[in-house]
Write a protein that binds this ligand. Structure first.
Ligand SMILES: O=C(O)C1=C[C@@H](OP(=O)(O)O)[C@@H](O)[C@H](O)C1
Ligand SMILES: C=C(OP(=O)(O)O)C(=O)O
Length: 409
């Protein structure tokens, strides 16, 4: 794919049925649990997302050096997996992955008896995994305000530990629904846990073989909600989404109700139609950080002021997402500012440009969140292939509902 594409929509009217990619979060948990169980589990509808394809390949690889690329779940889940299964590996990733912290997880695994060495800067990948003595502690305090992926990684390996594991979560619990998703998947594969207050206990147990069907990705649905909110008229069905979901990003239903999208659940998934939107919103993203970019881009487009909290983890994701958003909304005459510690305010401006252009910072969600603005004016997206991380068919799906996409020289 070329360095940039330009999107236009000739009518602004959207109609169609879209099969979303499957959730990479559910799929990557199911893959790790199936590998830990040592049993033949049937996993259906594994995501075509690169993060999932990559984990599938790496779990089968005999190579000593394992490249987790830019996939946070792959890096964190494999660190715990290789540690507890005593495999000698070097775990690395993209330059950005080597700036994403992993100290909390490494220190926890070391306390459990893992021998892990930093090959670069302390606290960051690459890591050398040197074996597991298995005579460590069975109760740990772990910070839960940096990334929930550390907690999920520890929980999935916990039943293999001779005395199980009790985790005491310290600090604010960020991305909590992802921890709950991990526990639900573990339960699906026969392992019970107890989560009360800030303490999670998992006894020594065996995973059981089970079949599992991965649900469509609610995070990916958010771009379609945004498209409906910006369209002149819309009738869009997203296939394979369920009202009762393991995914916390299903919170998009209630957020988008306020931003002009009505959801009805059908046999096949969800049907999205337009309604009135509110003019001002205050939203907390602590439980659903991956939705923040969608909402910022949409509110800048619709002229809605939004005050946001719970954005702390955005600074250590595929890029510093707060900084990337602050730069990119300027091109729409909007501003995103921290008005008091931890509180960000998006103040939308009037669109004056005939064509909008957005950089994507090697972050799939920057590309997917800003593309729907092509319903207001032609939009150039730089480095469009970034979408492969979670939604490789995004551009094709937009073409199915009438977007014209031109590859630029
Ligand atoms: O466990 C998971 O599948 C994820 C957890 C979240 O990360 P943090 O826990 O780092 O916020 C989320 O942003 C990421 O896309 C997927
Ligand atoms: C943050 C994300 O993924 P990860 O942390 O798994 O790289 C994401 O998909 O938005």
């Amino acid at each position: 794919m070329s360095q940039s594409i330009t999107l236009k929509h000739p009518t602004g009217i959207l109609e169609g049925k879209i099969k979303l990619p499957a959730s990479k979060s559910e799929a990557n948990r199911a893959l790790i649990i199936a590998a830990l169980s040592g049993k033949e589990s049937e996993l259906h509808n594994l995501s075509e997302a690169n993060d999932t394809q990559l984990l599938q390949r790496l779990l089968k690889s005999d190579a000593e050096t394992i490249d987790a690329e830019d996939a946070g779940t792959v890096m964190r889940f494999l660190t715990a997996y290789y540690a507890v299964t005593g495999q000698q590996k070097v775990l690395t990733g993209t330059a950005r992955m080597c700036q994403r912290p992993i100290k909390v997880l490494v220190e926890a695994l070391q306390e459990l008896g893992a021998n892990i060495e930093y090959l670069g800067e302390e606290g960051y990948p690459p890591l050398r995994m040197k074996g597991f003595s298995g005579n460590g502690k069975n109760r740990l305090k772990v910070r839960s305000d940096i990334s929930s992926q550390y907690i999920s990684a520890l929980l999935m390996v916990a039943p293999l530990l001779p005395e199980g594991l009790t985790l005491e979560l310290e600090g604010k619990i960020g991305s909590r629904p992802y921890i709950e998703m991990t526990l639900s998947l573990m339960e699906h594969f026969g392992v019970s846990a107890n989560f009360e207050g800030n303490t999670i206990t998992v006894a020594h147990q065996q995973y059981k073989a089970a079949s599992f069907h991965v649900e469509s990705d609610w995070s990916a649905s958010s771009y379609w909600y945004s498209l409906v909110a910006l369209a002149k008229e819309a009738d869009i069905t997203l296939l394979g989404l369920r009202e009762k979901s393991f995914q916390g990003d299903s919170a998009i239903v209630n957020i988008m109700y306020r931003l002009g999208v009505h959801t009805s659940f059908t046999e096949e998934g969800v049907k999205l139609t337009k309604k009135e939107h509110e003019k001002y919103l205050a939203l907390d993203f602590a439980d659903c950080p991956d939705l923040a970019q969608t909402i910022v881009a949409l509110c800048a487009g619709l002229g809605i002021t939004v005050e946001m909290t719970g954005l702390e983890s955005l600074r250590i994701k595929e890029t510093d997402r707060i900084q990337a958003l602050q730069i990119e909304v300027l091109g729409m005459n909007s501003s995103l500012q921290e008005i008091s510690p931890g509180v960000f305010r998006l103040e939308p401006g009037i669109l004056t440009k005939e064509e909008l252009s957005f950089r994507t910072y090697q972050d799939h969600r920057m590309a997917m969140a800003f593309a729907p603005l092509a319903l207001l004016a032609p939009v150039e997206i730089q480095e469009p292939s970034v979408v492969r991380k979670s939604y490789p068919r995004y551009w094709e799906d937009l073409e199915k509902v009438g977007f014209e996409i031109k590859e630029n020289e």
